[in-house]
Design a protein around this ligand. Sequence first.
Ligand code: MG
Length: 255
Amino acid sequence: MIELRTPAEIDRMRAAGTFVGSVLTATAAASVVGANLLEIDRLAHDMIRAAGAESCYIDYHPSFGGSPFGKVICTSVNDAALHGLPHDYRLRDGDLLSLDFAASVDGWVADSAITFVVGTPRDEDLRLIDTTSRALDAGIAAAIVGNRIGDISAAIGDVAHDAGYKVNLDFGGHGVGRTMHGDPHVPNDGRPGRGLPLRAGLVFAIEPWFMLGTDRIVTDQDGWTLRSVDGSRAAHFEHTVAVTDDGPLVLSARK
Ligand code: MG
């Protein structure tokens, strides 16, 4: 079901987005060489508790997950693309880390993700990060009244194809509201002018994620972490965005 949010509701979602952004800023700052993924999860957990927020992940148990997630943030390292389950791993120099975080504040959810290099970067990782981030910007720019979902998808896909990356369509953006995942689905590639017309009050996550060599993924033995089938590295950027009469409003903007 597609739900439209009032300006007052969008304001409350922005409060959730500001909190989600602050957790990503703090956990990214803590993601230094030698930091353990479990410490990063604990930091996010502490911030949730201090804010009186609620985790969207800890009890999350969809059909594709092996068991309830049990952690509050996704930490995807190197060839892990999505849903990286935090585990006892110390970050190493040159690791490519994606942090994906969603939380509910006063009953409203925001969802956002960032990717960065821990320590010394490789050129190909910086290019992947830059491309994926630009794809998010292009998708957000297309989130305007009068466009359709396919315009967002095409804008994202164009950036990927121009850079020579393939696009996996198994996971993409999604409606966000009282819960983390709702309609509409926002694929990371598609044809312009197709799909749901965008109206003021639509709120969804836009989340391009690309891998260096493949568009295929495999589930790790942990039942959650999705890795590239060929071991190539991945990047992921996400914002929760409201379509408004004044243009796209990024609810999860970071300070
Ligand atoms: Mg997310």
